[in-house]
Ligand binder design. Structure first.
Ligand code: IVH
Length: 717
């Protein structure tokens, strides 16, 4: 898509733009500057979202983007529909229009083993009238498991995007697709004599991003997505493109389905092979199966295989490799590479005869749903949990699976005694795909949703805007216990040695009634418990004492106030001097804080108007728990807008311009979280002199950004 010279130019121009004071730039010809910025930004989007190989930092990209935004705000006439700032439209889609695909989107035939593939090869040779001992070249690609999309480009512009729908007609989702930065808004098809083109592909969410989305939903008390595919297909159909943009969708294009010239003639014949057409898409700036992800260079995603035996070998290799691939795959797709041979094969009404899917080993199994139990969480949310006849699935035995909420059970018509289909994809938690009503014998019974809390018997309530029934009795034993478990967990007060089982044990012994009791444990008694001793009791005491000095945002998060996550904890902490200041806050005051919505505001308000809660905090303070905001914490917490907010960081080697301690303080003040080791959770490693094994490990991982000390200073200033 970009020639080397052009890339060099765009890179150098970016650096110049970044180094020139904004005021000087704004004094230049605004139309030219806007044009230049657009080119530069689109180039960086391509490097980042398509090539996986950015040449500027996120920070630098943001600077360029903000500058363009500013320019366009100051000169609204300069806003062009293809501007990178115009990806996210502001209008809601009331309902999706139906659009017809330029050619039908067919399905694929399936194969499951080497024999099936050899049969396919034999059939292809027959259709092509080739001798049985000849060899056919196949192009083998990953079979992506996301939401299928079709993109139409006309005169080099993205005209519209649609879902697959029924294959003939799909839903128009242009506004949402435009928010995907891996999808070029313009592409130079015309250089190749193509006036109109339809591309097929899949919208996907990377597995690690999917985990983050679910973690965010969990802390916000929202229902979780069962797998990346559901999150992706749901994302494509968001009514608000801003929400679609939040899902981190990416598009891989794997088929040029239609291409015509200005006169409307089919020009697909200019390509000799499928892979040639995919190479063109890549050249035009699309993300395709040719893309290699940074850390998987040893296995390119697409391969041209000289014969069916090579195909088999490649498919089997990928079957073992699939969990390491950053995206969810459910198999491989094998396509006859030569287009003239494809034409000889033709189509059935269901699938092309020149292609077949090789499906990976099932990660689904059927088993019987024995019973449904209802568990009460820390905020009173009641979650139905399926108790299954234990069944082995992709390496683990499954016997408990969450059923999420009442709506989930109803919509899938799940009954006790049913045979159910369970799926487990990669690292993703297992879930129930569906029940199998055709196997019922009449003994099955509907799941009865409780009207009262299974633990404390108080009536359950369902807030209008939520999918979940809740027990509203804050003194409910189950809630009290879950709140204690959450309170000591890593993301809250982080008390080592006070995990779930220990808390349950102390609770059963009658030692714990509220989170305040966690700070007045009797260590002499603990010392004499089985499994403890003087040493571990002393360690526990030390961990608890240490937690008493935690910054107050941890405490706020650890109170289990509905929807109050880590970020909100920090936002609130930055506004107060003492936790009990919140007693005097009214709704308006909460809502003045950016990013604190009305629902959360109301929850916090209610919590602090409850006398029991105030007494709890007072008791904790008497026990030595810190409720006061120190100046240092305040500085750090004010920084959710800091340049490193949301990123994790680690320093290694000897720093020359500051001490390690100082560096860590500055990183925290810039909003970063400090971590102690190199893992896939680390975002940035700052290396000083004589960096050793940490640097090596981070380089091997390939996912960690590696900065020099100077770079670090530059980014935080
Ligand atoms: S080719 C006419 N290639 O699999 C050719 N499909 O049952 C039809 N899919 O939902 C499709 N990865 O969206 C092709 N590399 C790939 C694919 C792929 C995933 C999906 C496709 C459809 C399903 C076909």
């Amino acid at each position: 898509m970009y020639a080397t010279d052009e890339q060099r130019y765009l890179y150098e121009r970016s650096k110049q733009l970044l180094q020139t004071p904004t005021e000087t730039l704004l004094a230049e010809n605004p139309a030219e500057l806007a044009d230049e910025l657009r080119r530069v930004i689109l180039y960086h989007e391509w490097r980042y979202y398509v090539q996986n190989d950015p040449v500027v930092s996120d920070y630098e990209y943001d600077q360029l983007y903000k500058l363009l935004e500013r320019l366009e705000t100051e000169h609204p006439s300069l806003v062009a529909p293809d501007s990178p700032t115009q990806r996210v439209g502001k209008d809601l889609t009331a309902s999706f229009n139906q659009v017809a695909h330029l050619t039908p989107m067919l399905s694929l035939d399936n194969s499951y083993n080497a024999e099936d593939l050899r049969d396919f090869d034999t059939a292809v040779k027959k259709l092509c009238k080739l001798p049985a001992d000849s060899a056919i070249e196949y192009c083998v690609e990953p079979k992506y498991d996301g939401g299928t999309i079709a993109l139409v480009y006309e005169n080099d512009r993205l005209l519209r995007a649609a879902t697959r729908g029924n294959g003939e007609v799909g839903d128009e989702i242009t506004a949402n697709i435009r928010t995907l930065r891996s999808v070029p808004l313009q592409a130079g098809f015309s250089q190749y004599g193509i006036a109109k083109a339809e591309l097929r592909g899949e919208a996907l969410i990377r597995k690690d991003i999917f985990e983050k989305i679910n973690a965010r939903r969990q802390s916000a008390g929202e229902t979780l997505f069962a797998n990346p595919r559901n999150a992706a297909t749901g994302g494509l159909r968001m009514k608000d493109p801003r929400e679609a943009a939040d899902r981190g969708l990416e598009a891989f294009l794997y088929q040029l389905g239609f291409a015509s010239d200005e006169a409307g003639n089919n020009v697909l014949e200019q390509f000799k092979s499928h892979s040639e057409s995919i190479h063109l898409l890549e050249k035009l700036g699309f993300k395709t199966p040719l893309a290699q992800t940074n850390n998987h260079q040893h296995l390119a995603a697409t391969k041209n295989c000289a014969d069916i035996e090579a195909v088999i070998e490649y498919c089997l290799a990928w079957q073992d490799f699939r969990d390491e691939y950053p995206y969810e795959l459910d198999g491989m797709v094998i396509k006859v590479n030569r287009l003239d041979l494809q034409a000889l094969c033709g189509y059935t009404s269901h699938h092309p005869r020149w292609a077949i899917a090789f499906k990976f080993k099932a990660r689904q199994a059927t088993t019987r749903l024995r019973d449904v139990e209802f568990q009460v969480g820390k905020t009173g949310a009641v979650t139905p949990v399926a108790k299954l006849d234990p069944v082995p699935l992709a390496g683990v035995t499954i016997s408990n699976v969450s059923l999420h909420n009442e709506e989930f059970i109803k919509s899938k018509d799940i009954r006790i005694g049913d045979q159910v289909l369970v799926e487990r994809a990669g690292d993703v938690i297992p879930y129930i795909v569906k029940s199998l009503p055709e196997l019922r014998d009449g003994s099955e019974r509907p799941v009865e949703y409780p009207t009262h809390c299974p633990v404390c018997r108080s009536p359950l309530v369902k807030p209008e805007d939520e999918a979940i029934w809740r027990c509203e009795n804050a003194d409910c034993e189950a809630q009290v216990l879950q709140r204690m478990i959450f309170h000591t967990s890593k993301s809250a007060m982080d008390i080592e040695g006070l995990g779930e089982s220990t808390i349950e044990r102390f609770y059963k012994l009658g030692w714990l009634h509220s989170i305040a009791d966690l700070y007045r444990l009797d260590y002499e008694k603990i010392e004499h418990l089985e499994g403890f001793g003087p040493k571990s009791a002393a360690n526990l005491r030390q961990a608890v004492e240490k937690a008493k000095n935690n910054p107050i945002h941890r405490l706020l998060h650890g109170l289990s106030i509905l929807h109050l996550g880590q970020k909100a904890g920090k936002l609130l902490a930055a506004e107060i001097n003492h936790v009990l200041d919140l007693r005097d806050w009214d709704l308006e005051k909460y809502q003045q804080i950016k990013d604190i919505g009305p629902v959360l505001a109301r929850n916090v308000l209610n919590w602090f108007q409850n006398e029991h809660n105030i007494e709890l905090l007072q008791t904790m303070e008497q026990l030595g728990v810190n409720l006061r905001q120190t100046d240092e914490d305040k500085k750090a917490e004010a920084n959710t807008d800091g340049p490193l907010y949301g990123r994790s960081i680690l320093f290694t080697g000897t720093l020359s311009q500051m001490t390690r301690d100082e560096a860590e303080k500055r990183a925290a003040a810039a909003g970063a979280t400090l971590v102690s080791g190199v893992s896939k959770h680390l975002s940035i490693l700052v290396v000083g002199e004589k960096a050793g094994s940490k640097l090596k490990k981070a380089t091997e991982l390939g996912t960690v950004e590696i900065w020099t000390e100077a770079e670090f200073l530059e980014r935080i200033n």
